[in-house]
Design a protein around this ligand. Structure first.
Ligand code: F6R
Length: 364
């Protein structure tokens, strides 16, 4: 049931500290602090190229993983949405690793892409939330997220569990390839170990997020911007908002704004800025100033240090705990879920069963 919550979506958002913890404990030994993946019959040390394929929100966790694999494990990643990948006949290196990400494990395009990759001689890993699903049965290796059943059509807890799992996979791969030393690995592992308690802190800020929803609910268009792993979180925020509130929303890489989308900005357009304190903070900050100079209403998501930088110049700020930049996308996913949720409730839409959408897309 929904427990004390008004919707499954809200219940699932609030379950995140617990289910992220569950997923983490399946791959992380608290005694040693070492990440150990469940056994998969794939030699991570031999992997030289990764292909990631998925749809929708699962695709966006893959996009975060691309940044992580490239930066931390020094492995080039190709990523595509399954409906494109399955028909574009990409030349796949024999023995390369392909990763398929799916909450349901049944999405038809992702399943077809998995079959295509297998036929082309790829090693395949399925990251699924339903362990008895078709993808889990057909892939060479399975890494299950332990989010528990997700009822709300909009994916929330499955997404953050995918991210935690992918973060562990990246660390294990980086170690196997000798791409990071023990000290660097320990820093990343410690950062991941903190995520459940930090996620709980983010949820404690729900009232502040709810307070911003009324004005977003008035908007016709909303933009989300971010850089690096903040970019897929911007895309995810926009996807969540449009699917449950039916407000038109777009996510952009912050640096891409001036190549077109900035023309949309006026006093009626809220711009949600994903800006954790990291090595690109200043760049994102200056993109935000360009937005404010054109009258855009900025909602600024950062940690205390970043929020101090902006003072009261933004229309709204959402302060998150300061964390290692590696895990920031996992935490910044939560306020964009909550914002979409509260806006949808104000709009009076069917939050758990948005129009035209199915939980699992098993026909093309
Ligand atoms: C968005 C959403 C969808 C799914 C997509 C893939 O909130 O839920 O975009 O992420 O349909 O579904 P799975 O992960 O089951 O393959």
């Amino acid at each position: 049931g929904k427990g004390n919550h008004r919707h499954y979506m809200l219940k699932e958002i609030f379950e995140q500290p617990a289910v992220i913890g569950e997923t983490l404990r399946s791959m992380w030994n608290p005694a040693s602090g070492i990440i150990e993946l469940p056994p998969v019959d794939i030699d991570l040390a031999a992997v030289s190229r990764v292909t990631i394929v998925a749809c929708g929100t699962s695709f966006l966790s893959g996009m975060v993983a691309k940044y992580w694999f490239e930066r931390v494990a020094r492995i080039p990643v190709d990523i595509d949405i399954a409906s494109e990948f399955r028909y574009r006949d990409s030349p796949l290196e024999k023995g390369g690793l392909s990763i398929f990400i799916s909450q349901s494990g049944e999405t038809i395009d992702t399943l077809a892409a998995l079959r295509h990759a297998k036929a082309a001689g790829q090693k395949t890993i399925a990251i699924v939330n339903v362990p008895e699903s078709t993808m889990a049965r057909e892939a060479d290796g399975v890494l299950p997220t332990l989010a528990g059943p997700e009822i709300g059509v909009a994916s929330t807890k499955a997404f953050t569990c995918q991210l935690v799992l992918l973060a562990c996979l990246v660390i294990a791969t980086a170690r196997a390839r000798g791409a990071i030393d023990g000290a660097a690995e320990a820093r990343l592992s410690n950062a991941i170990a903190e995520v459940p308690s930090r996620a709980a802190e983010v949820l404690n800020g729900d009232e502040g997020i709810q307070a911003l929803a009324a004005q977003v609910a008035e908007a016709r268009d909303v933009l989300y911007i971010g850089r690096n792993t903040g970019y897929p979180i911007a895309l995810e925020g926009a996807l969540k908002l449009k699917e449950i509130s039916y407000i038109h929303a777009e996510g952009y890489a912050a640096g891409e704004l001036k190549h077109g989308p900035i023309a949309l900005i006026d006093e009626t357009v809220p711009v949600i800025v994903i800006a954790p304190s990291d090595d690109l903070f200043e760049k994102t900050f200056s993109n935000m100033q360009e937005v404010m100079a054109r009258g855009g209403k900025v909602i600024f998501l950062s940690d205390e240090k970043g929020c101090a930088h902006i003072g009261d110049a933004a229309w709204g700020t959402i302060a998150l705990p300061a964390v290692h930049p590696f895990v920031a996308p996992i935490l910044y996913a939560i306020p964009v879920q909550l914002l979409a949720y509260h806006v949808a409730v104000l709009k009076g839409t069917d939050v758990d069963q948005p129009r035209n959408l199915a939980k699992s897309v098993t026909v093309e």
